[in-house]
Design a binder for this molecule. Structure first.
Ligand code: AMP
Length: 416
């Protein structure tokens, strides 16, 4: 067994997954939330997956594919990790028998500095801290998780996997904003791109599924979840992506506006007296499907459309209009495309979004098969017609597995 522990830490919660990399199956997963003095009781949920029982040499856990919940005060992340370790001890699988050989951490912002998974040292921690200026909601929280995990697992290598790293292959003309160069340089203003772990995973899964070398393929990946982005990938390298300096740019999302004329902000500040915080809140938390149709969940929007709700209909039309615009732009940037993949909550579950996004692209040899598109299937699958020159896929994303893969590849170098 080769267990790798993956940690995704936020400011008041963290998620974890223990994955056996021999089989790439999840042994246990969990969520520790309501961390911090202000919450009273914290909550820790721990699930032991069937794969843990199937392990030939492991002790049988007492709970299988079932979740236990603990409620107790969890004042900080270090206490949260103690609760997690208790859950492993009492419910299994035993970390004493099979300690993680490495711990992988999701880190949102790697700036222009990190372009690959990186073993965490004090210097790397300092750099993640410094990049907190660019991702104030995420990097400090990621770092808190890293420090607590280092205390819980002092003997394992810890590896940072950055959301931005995959997009470090963007060319200057793709990542540069057309503003005063000195201002841009002084404040590190450029496009970074996000969701990189997912875009990398999906494009590699697509190539493996089709049995074609990654290097030979031009791909477009639509990651459509509550956050949404699209990436153009040439030979396995990200060459263009819709999120920019922050995850606000690009597609319309659950609660974010995506692209908007920046002069709207100037206008709202001058004419409506909105503050910087008001504008931040408007664009990040009260826009997208939520702002336009009253819910950030496409399932609610779909139900409203069925009732003839005009706001919901318009929100859906705006959403797919923008998907088409990006599909066209990325076709042009790549000079054609071999594979288009849809992933994440909406991309994997909303056939209507997929068909509308590519509806007008028949002229480019892109043709979705309505039956394949509607089939209630899980797993990676083709939804284009046999005659379609471009293969269109649905590819379930698995960011934790990708973090574990990258962590293992780096950790092996340090362990051996
Ligand atoms: P994610 O961020 O990838 O977890 O995606 C979450 C979003 O996916 C939700 O807010 C929904 O809008 C959407 N979603 C999830 N399941 C479905 C479904 N069965 N049908 C339509 N949309 C879905």
């Amino acid at each position: 067994m080769t267990p790798v522990l993956v940690i995704n830490s936020g400011s008041s919660s963290f998620k974890y997954q223990l994955i056996d990399m021999d089989t790439e199956s999840t042994l246990a997963s969990g969520l520790v939330e309501r961390i911090g003095g202000g919450f009273g009781e914290g909550v820790a949920r721990h699930t032991v997956h069937a794969a843990a029982l199937a392990a030939p040499d492991g002790p049988a856990p007492t709970v299988v594919d079932a979740t236990t919940t603990r409620e107790l005060p969890i004042p900080d992340h270090t206490a949260g990790f103690r609760v997690m370790l208790d859950a492993f001890s009492s419910d299994g699988p035993s970390l004493d028998e099979h300690p993680p050989i490495a711990v992988g951490h999701r880190v949102v912002h790697g700036g222009a500095r990190f372009f690959e998974p990186t073993v965490i040292t004090p210097l790397v921690e300092a750099a993640i801290d410094d990049l907190g200026v660019l991702a104030p909601l995420h990097n400090p929280a990621n770092l808190e998780g890293i420090r607590a995990a280092e205390r819980a697992f002092p003997d394992a290598p810890h590896v940072a996997v950055f959301d931005t790293a995959f997009h470090q292959t963007l060319a200057p003309e793709a990542y540069t904003y057309a503003i005063d160069a000195e201002v841009a340089a002084a404040h590190r203003i450029r496009r970074y791109g996000f969701h990189g772990t997912s875009h990398k995973f999906v494009s590699e899964e697509a190539a493996a599924f089709l049995g074609r070398p990654l290097e030979s393929l031009k791909q477009i990946v639509f990651h459509l979840g509550n956050g949404a982005s699209v990436t153009a990938i040439d030979g396995g390298r990200s060459v263009e992506t819709s999120m920019g300096f922050t995850p606000l740019e690009g597609l319309m999302m659950g609660t974010r506006s995506g692209d908007i004329d920046p002069a709207v902000l100037i206008h709202l500040a001058r004419r409506a007296g909105m503050t910087i915080d008001d504008l931040d809140d408007l664009l990040n938390k009260r826009s997208g499907f939520l702002g336009m149709a009253g819910s950030n969940d496409l399932r609610d929007v779909r139900a409203a459309i069925a009732q003839g709700d005009e706001r919901a209909i318009l929100a859906f039309e705006v959403y797919v209009h923008r998907l088409r615009a990006y599909a066209g732009a990325y076709l042009a940037q790549l000079g054609g495309v071999d594979v288009i993949s849809f992933t994440a909550g909406i991309g994997e579950n909303a056939p209507l979004v997929r068909s509308h996004a590519l509806q007008t692209l028949g002229f480019a040899g892109i043709e979705i098969d309505p039956e394949r598109n509607l089939a209630a299937a899980r797993g990676i699958r083709v939804i284009s017609t046999d005659a379609s020159a471009v293969t269109v896929l649905v590819v379930p994303t698995d960011e934790e597995l990708e973090i574990a893969r990258q962590t293992l590849s780096v950790a092996r170098g340090t362990v051996e």
